[in-house]
Ligand binder design. Structure first.
Ligand SMILES: O=C[C@H](O)[C@H](O)[C@H](O)COP(=O)(O)O
Length: 232
């Protein structure tokens, strides 16, 4: 007997299963990170067990790599396959133009690298992730070289953010790339994601931001009324 899952997880699963249906024989696929992406990876694993033949999958984190390997998904990397057919991942916030905040799980840098290598990026989520303006529900995560954490924090604060070093217990959270994460809350929300992203990228020592702008082409949302596809 399988354990019942809560409605939000059921919606995430619906989105993940629907995205897995988009994967065809011969594709190179990018695998996202997080609870919603995990449902996609599990559904993809099932389809592969049933005979789907992808060329390979590139993971956006160690966690996803381990999950995918356990499901028998053939793994590859960006050296072997620098261009992917499709990348599927979750998001923390999705605005009407499909700009995203990502990185609540700390995987934003690899996620952005893998997403940028893909011809198509499909976001999978539940309806709680849709927002009118980014930055009101989740802080914006940015990945920072540990050496630069204090000056970078100060410079982001000068842009109007409350800046918090992400911790795991008493020690800083360490990303797969051995960097730190700063969670940046903009009290008025993020009115111009592209401008903020450009400002943040001018800060030396800041490696990447969790703003994904003009990257996703489609969102698949599971919800109480079934699966809905959303594109601007
Ligand atoms: O670093 C984490 C990723 O950006 C996740 O894709 C994002 O946080 C969404 O995760 P979830 O599907 O668990 O809400």
């Amino acid at each position: 007997m399988t354990a019942a899952i809560n409605p939000q997880d059921a919606w995430k699963q619906m989105a993940g299963v629907a995205a897995a249906e988009l994967i065809k024989d011969g594709m190179v696929v990018g695998l996202g990170t997080g609870s919603t992406a995990s449902f996609f990876v599990q559904a993809l694993g099932l389809r592969i067990q049933q005979g789907l033949q992808i060329v390979g999958a590139v993971s956006s984190s160690q966690v996803t790599q381990t999950l995918a390997a356990s499901l028998g998904i053939p793994l590859t990397d960006l050296d072997t396959h620098p261009e992917l057919d499709m990348y599927v991942d979750g998001a923390d916030e999705i605005d009407p133009k499909l700009c995203l905040i990502k990185g609540a799980g700390g995987a934003l840098l690899r996620e952005k690298i893998v997403a940028s290598a893909a011809k198509r990026f499909v976001v999978v989520a539940d309806p709680t992730k849709r927002v009118e303006q980014l930055g009101h529900h989740y802080p914006l995560p940015v990945e920072v070289v540990p050496l630069a954490i204090t000056p970078v924090s100060r410079k982001i604060a000068q842009l109007g953010a409350r800046v918090k070093l992400r911790q795991t217990g008493a020690t800083p959270f360490i990303t797969d790339n051995h960097n730190f994460i700063l969670d940046c809350t903009f009290p008025q929300g993020i009115s111009n994601p592209a401008e903020l992203d450009a400002q943040l990228h001018r800060i030396v020592g800041l490696v990447e931001t969790g703003l994904f702008i003009n990257m996703a082409s489609q969102a698949i949302l599971g919800g109480p009324d079934g699966v809905q596809v959303f594109q601007p």
